[in-house]
Ligand binder design. Structure first.
Ligand SMILES: O=C(O)CCC(=O)C(=O)O
Ligand SMILES: [Fe+2]
Length: 471
C-alpha cells in the first residue's frame, strides 16, 4: 500500500505537466474565443452571457403552454418504491436518460424505502434558512431578465425578505441557485438519494484523507435553490458535465432538456460563442424533435445525466434541494463538456472544482476494480475508460518540460496523478504506466508485470517518450 502523503509531501515528477485541452476527435476544431464575454456570477451555470432576455422568456412561456410532456421513452417516471436504492435500475438501464422519481404513496412508512433521500419537513420555508444559516449569510442571486448578478441582494435576510414580498410587488424577478451549504449545519438535515452516493466519484474515489480537508475537496453536492414564480435559467450544461439530482421540495419546475449528442454539443459550443446569444433560443439550432419538457412537481426528484443541456422555468415559488456529481458511469460526456469549457474560456471559478484531480482518482478506483478488487466494472465504465486514459495522457504527460524534476504542490493535478499511481502500486515517476495498465486491462490486453506495463503492449507512441528515471 502506498503511504498517505501529508500536505508537505513533495514528489519528483518526470513527465512534465501540460494544461493541454483535451479535444475529443468528433468535436469541432477550436472556435474563435468569445470576445469580451461577460458571464454571470453563478457558480453552477457560469457560461450564460448577460443580456436582455425579455423577448426570449415571453416566447418560452408561450411555448411551454402548448408543449406536451416528455414521453416515458425520453424521461421515464419511476416510483421511489420501485427505484429503491437505484442500483438495479442503473445496472439494467444505465444512466443515460433523465429520470423523475415520484414520491411514495402517502400510506407507506418512509423507513421502508431505500431511495435514501432526506430533506427537511414539508413545512420548511426559506425563512427557516435564516435560523440554520445566518441572516447575514452571503448570497449571490441572478436577475432573470438579464441573466446577471443582482448586486442589491447580498445576504440571506435580503433574499428571504424578497421571497416574502407578494409576487405583484417584487420589482425584479431573481433566482437563487448558487447557495451551497455542505459546510453548514443545514447539511445534517439533508441527504442525497442513495444512488447519488453510489455513483458520485467524489464519494467513491476522492481519498478519504483529503475529504476531511475542506479546502481540497469538491463541494458541489448540496445546493438549496430558492426561486420566485417567473424565474428562468437559460440553456446550459452543468459544470464539468456533472450529473444532477434535483428534489423539488415546494412548488414546481419545468425543465427543457436536450440530450448531449455530438450535434447538440457542437451547436451548444457555437451558441456560447455567438455575440447575440441572448436573442437566440438555443433549441432553434438543433433538431426540433430532440427538445423535451420535463415537469418536476413538489415531492419529485429529477436525476439528470451528464451533459444534458437544460433550461429551467419556475411557474410558481419553489424551493429545491439538489446537487452535482461526476461519475465513472458518464466519463465521455463529462470530458466533452469539460472540453467545451476549456475552448470557450470558462473561468476557473465557474468550473467543477478539482475536475482534473478527480479524473486521476477515478482512474485509480477503476484500475483497482479492473484488477478484481471490489465490484466489477459496469459496461458504461468500460466504455468510458478509453476517453479517460486519453485525457489523462493529454493533460499530464509527454508535454513541455519532460524530464524535469520539481516539487509538487499538495492537490495540484500532478501531485494527485502521482498519488493515484501510488495507490495502485506504481512509483512516483510511473504515472504513465499506471494509465497504461488501466487502458490495457479495460481492453482485456493486460499481460501482468508486477506494476510495469508490458513494453510491447504499451503502445509505441508512449514507449519512446517514457522516462526511465526512478528513485
Ligand atoms: O432551478 C433553476 O432555476 C436552475 C437550476 C439549474 O439548472 C442549475 O442551477 O444549474
Ligand atoms: Fe443546471
Amino acid at each position: 500500500m502506498a503511504a498517505q502523503p501529508s500536505p508537505q509531501t513533495t514528489y519528483r515528477w518526470v513527465c512534465g505537466a501540460g494544461d493541454g485541452d483535451y479535444a475529443l476527435p468528433d468535436l469541432p476544431p477550436l472556435l474563435p474565443p468569445p470576445l469580451n464575454r461577460k458571464v454571470s456570477l453563478d457558480a453552477v451555470t457560469g457560461k450564460i452571457k448577460t443580456g436582455n432576455r425579455s423577448t426570449l422568456i415571453d416566447g418560452l412561456k408561450a411555448k411551454l403552454s402548448c408543449m406536451p410532456a416528455a414521453s416515458d421513452r425520453v424521461c421515464p417516471r419511476v416510483g421511489q418504491e420501485t427505484f429503491g436504492d437505484g442500483r438495479e435500475y442503473i445496472a439494467a438501464n444505465g444512466f443515460r436518460l433523465p429520470l423523475v422519481i415520484t414520491p411514495l404513496p402517502p400510506s407507506s412508512p418512509p423507513s421502508t424505502c431505500a431511495f435514501g433521500l432526506k430533506v427537511p419537513p414539508p413545512s420548511f420555508k426559506p425563512r427557516d434558512l435564516l435560523h440554520i444559516l445566518h441572516p447575514s449569510f452571503p448570497v449571490s442571486c441572478i436577475n432573470v431578465k438579464y441573466q446577471s448578478t443582482n448586486a442589491s441582494i447580498t445576504t440571506l435576510q435580503e433574499w428571504v425578505d424578497y421571497m416574502e414580498t407578494p409576487a405583484g410587488d417584487r420589482a425584479t424577478v431573481n433566482n437563487l441557485i448558487s447557495l451551497e451549504y455542505s459546510d453548514t449545519s443545514l447539511a445534517s438535515l439533508t441527504e442525497p438519494p442513495s444512488i447519488v452516493r453510489f455513483l458520485s466519484a467524489v464519494d467513491r474515489s476522492w481519498p478519504a484523507s483529503r475529504r476531511a480537508d475542506n479546502s481540497v475537496c469538491p463541494k458541489v453536492d448540496s445546493y438549496c435553490l430558492s426561486s420566485p414564480a417567473g424565474a428562468y435559467c437559460d440553456f446550459h450544461a452543468d459544470f464539468g458535465g456533472s450529473s444532477v439530482f434535483y428534489h423539488v421540495h415546494e412548488g414546481r419546475k419545468q425543465f427543457l432538456v436536450l440530450p448531449p449528442t455530438a450535434d447538440v454539443l457542437r451547436a451548444y459550443e457555437a451558441w456560447l460563442c455567438m455575440e447575440n446569444q441572448c436573442d437566440v433560443f438555443f433549441p432553434s439550432l438543433v433538431e426540433p424533435s430532440l427538445l423535451a419538457l420535463v415537469t418536476v412537481d413538489a415531492g419529485e426528484t429529477l436525476l439528470l445525466p451528464s451533459g444534458y443541456i437544460h433550461a429551467v422555468f419556475t411557474p410558481q415559488d419553489s424551493l429545491v434541494f439538489g446537487g452535482n456529481f461526476l461519475t465513472t458511469h458518464c466519463i465521455e460526456n463529462q470530458l466533452r463538456v469539460f472540453s467545451v469549457e476549456v475552448r470557450t474560456h470558462v473561468l476557473e471559478e465557474y468550473r467543477f472544482p478539482f475536475f482534473k484531480q478527480l479524473q486521476y482518482f477515478m482512474a485509480a478506483s477503476l484500475l483497482q476494480r479492473a484488477r478484481g478488487e471490489g465490484e466489477p466494472l459496469a459496461e458504461a465504465e468500460r466504455e468510458g475508460a478509453p476517453a479517460l486514459t486519453a485525457a489523462l495522457r493529454a493533460w499530464g504527460m509527454g508535454l513541455a518540460g519532460a524530464g524535469e524534476e520539481r516539487e509538487l504542490a499538495y492537490n495540484s493535478v500532478e501531485e494527485c496523478a502521482v498519488y493515484a499511481a501510488r495507490t495502485c502500486g506504481y512509483g512516483e515517476t510511473q504515472v504513465r504506466e499506471f494509465v497504461d495498465e488501466l487502458e490495457l486491462r479495460v481492453k482485456g490486453e493486460w499481460g501482468g508485470g508486477g506494476g510495469k506495463v508490458r513494453k510491447a503492449e504499451a503502445g509505441g507512441e508512449w514507449e519512446g517518450e517514457r522516462k526511465k528515471t526512478q528513485t
